[in-house]
Design a protein around this ligand. Structure first.
Ligand code: HEM
Ligand code: HEM
Length: 230
């Protein structure tokens, strides 16, 4: 199935939204929340690494990894390598981002894993890791037989889209949770920071939407038979 628009055109909208989202989360965590730190007496600075790494590292780089297969004007083996490496970077930054949330909790004597956001977060990162390992073993090294690869591909695409949509939903819950904590400690409900956080969440959702629309759009002509040619 392909929508009648060129994937590369749609992907430009996604890249633009990705840049806007990245700038917004940095302005929030640096200008409004006091900055980023790995070690600090103000433990909130450690927490601030979490949304930055999860949005820029996991959601945006993960989205670019997905779109790279559809849009780059390169040969299949090169696109496969770029897809694999970008997903590996997203996975590693995602794991470090989750670690920073645990680090903040542990150093502030706050319980771990008490929210829906945190449970979905553990689920998402685990499924992403499984997807990466399966993709690596079947499509890259040592590589499955032709039959295994062609049977696995539709499942890889379906499961990849599912995990990615779940990641965007999890991030949305994260913004909601943090903003709710801040508002219950006195942050103005209609203040500029509250608007910034809610609009960052909306940009995140729009970015994820355009990633999915990109992979449902028309690939460059030389790639028309990509699903069966593998
Ligand atoms: C897909 C992206 C994300 C994943 C996979 C994820 C995952 C997680 C996990 C596993 C925890 C639990 C840490 C612990 O129990 O010590 C957590 C905590 C937290 N995250 Fe995220 N996160 C994501 C994005 C975000 C974003 C964008 C925000 C926005 C601010 C956010 C806000 C929070 C907050 C406030 C907590 C502490 C409260 C809690 O444990 O629920 N997260 N996150
Ligand atoms: C968590 C990591 C991964 C996710 C979320 C993911 C997701 C996706 C998605 C959504 C597509 C469809 C893209 C499109 O239609 O243009 C795709 C295609 C593909 N992926 Fe992955 N992928 C991951 C890791 C890997 C790895 C490690 C490999 C190993 C090389 C791989 C190999 C492929 C191949 C061969 C295709 C088919 C492209 C085609 O023939 O059109 N993926 N992946």
């Amino acid at each position: 199935m392909a929508i009648g628009v060129k994937a590369s055109h749609i992907s430009f909208v996604a890249h633009f939204l990705g840049i806007v989202g990245a700038i917004m989360v940095l302005i929030w965590c640096i200008s409004f929340r006091g900055g980023l730190a790995w070690e600090a007496t103000n433990k909130n600075l450690i927490f601030n690494l979490h949304p930055v790494l999860m949005l820029i590292g996991f959601i945006i780089i993960g989205g670019e990894a997905i779109m790279s297969y559809k849009c780059l004007p390169l040969k299949k083996p090169e696109k496969k390598l770029i897809h694999l490496v970008l997903h590996a970077i997203a996975l590693i930054l995602g794991i470090i981002g989750i670690y920073t949330a645990f680090k903040f909790h542990n150093e502030s004597n706050i319980a771990n894993l008490y929210s829906l956001h945190s449970w979905l977060g553990i689920g998402v990162i685990s499924l992403y890791g499984i997807q990466w390992l399966y993709g690596f073993v079947v499509f890259f090294y040592p590589g499955g037989t032709t039959a295994i690869r062609s049977e696995s591909l539709p499942w890889h695409v379906l499961f990849g889209i599912f995990v990615y949509v779940l990641a965007v939903a999890t991030a949305t819950l994260g913004y909601l949770e943090k903003l709710t904590f801040l508002e219950s400690s006195g942050l103005a409900k209609y203040g500029s920071e509250a608007f910034l956080v809610n609009f960052t969440a909306i940009v995140t959702i729009l970015y994820g939407t355009f990633v999915i629309v990109t992979i449902l759009s028309q690939a460059p002509p030389e790639d028309e038979y990509s699903y069966s040619a593998i």
